[in-house]
Design a protein around this ligand. Structure first.
Ligand SMILES: Cc1ncc(COP(=O)(O)O)c(C=O)c1O
Length: 315
């Protein structure tokens, strides 16, 4: 991968990825995942796998979008086969390597390799949305590296700007990028995309990520934190359902949204700010900066233990 187009947000990178896939393949359909999240502008929103955000917006992308269960390689293979049989041209298959907003959901190990093989078989592009997983978060530089898969197009944002500067990128091969440059290099543009200030931040973020090997830190720290969270699942089975994720992309899943909300409130009260997911309050994500210290993680575990003990007493 060699050529990039820059925007300011993850959703812009995904809009650009959709356009590149359409331009290169001349096809228009997309295959995406239930509970997938790719942003909230109209194109990316069409790929969204949750009704709450799509339904109120009415018609969006005019081409076909097919949703399949995340992690189900057979469903992807079948959808590709059906589309070919009925003559529907699929531009790309778009997935997050590990679903972020749906609660750090890790697909089965055969998923990505089979999706890669199937997309090659049917001549369809594979887009990895690494907006949340990219640049080290899951314990590899890129999420897809957990399965040794190379997508055709990759999108990145969030940590590209160190989490604070608005910058995103869609990156692909020289060949696939051609129609973005010829015959019309203004095919897809935005005024502030690739601005000097945001790019300086991105260059610095990339240097720090590589110099500090932040993905190794994420892997090691995730391996330190996850078993401690798992212990709480065993200790409070009526509250805590399961822990999922890789590296420092961790999802704590509770028995129901009310309990999840109570845990989040209990942590807030103890000075730990956590976020639910856009899918449900039932799941709380733990996504600290990759430079989080072991002392800070111990503090999280202590305060979470406190909060869980309190909730469990009142149930
Ligand atoms: C996987 C993924 N794609 C895209 C986006 C959208 O990024 P942005 O909010 O910068 O538009 C997000 C944001 O959470 C995301 O997690």
């Amino acid at each position: 991968m060699k050529y990039s187009w820059f925007g300011a947000s993850g959703t812009e990178a995904n809009e650009a990825a959709m356009k590149i896939a359409k331009l290169y393949t001349g096809k228009t359909a997309f295959i995406v995942a239930v509970k997938g999240f790719h942003g909230k502008t109209m194109g990316s929103l069409s790929l969204m796998g949750k009704a709450d955000y799509r339904a109120p917006m009415g018609p969006m992308y005019a081409g076909q979008v097919y949703h399949v269960p995340f992690g189900d390689a057979e469903a992807v293979e079948k959808q590709l086969e059906v589309c070919e049989k009925v003559g529907i041209g699929v531009a790309a298959v778009v997935f997050e390597p590990i679903q972020g907003e749906s609660g750090a959901i890790v697909p089965p190990d055969d998923f990505w390799p089979r999706v890669r093989a199937a997309t090659k078989k049917y001549g369809v592009l594979l887009i990895a949305d690494e907006v949340q997983t990219g640049l080290g978060r899951t314990g590899k530089l890129w999420g897809v590296q957990h399965w040794d898969v190379v997508p055709d197009i990759l999108t990145v944002a969030k940590s590209l700007g160190g989490g604070v500067m608005p910058i995103s990128a869609v990156t692909t091969t020289e060949e696939i990028f051609q129609p973005m440059m010829y015959p019309n290099p203004f095919m897809h543009t935005t005024t502030t995309g690739g601005g000097a200030l945001a790019c300086s931040a991105a260059i610095a973020a990339i240097h720090v990520t590589l110099r500090e090997k932040l993905w190794e830190q994420a892997a090691e720290k995730g391996a330190y934190l996850m078993p401690q969270l798992q212990n709480f699942v065993v200790k409070y089975p009526h509250v805590f359902d399961r822990v999922t994720g890789k590296g420092l992309l961790i999802g704590m899943h509770f028995k129901n949204p009310e309990t999840g909300y109570k845990v989040a409130a209990g942590l807030f009260k103890r000075g730990v700010l956590v976020a639910g997911t856009l899918t449900s309050a039932q799941t709380i994500r733990i996504e600290p900066p990759l430079v989080v210290t072991h002392e800070q993680m111990d503090e999280l575990v202590n305060r979470l233990g406190d909060a869980l003990a309190e909730i469990s007493r009142t149930m």
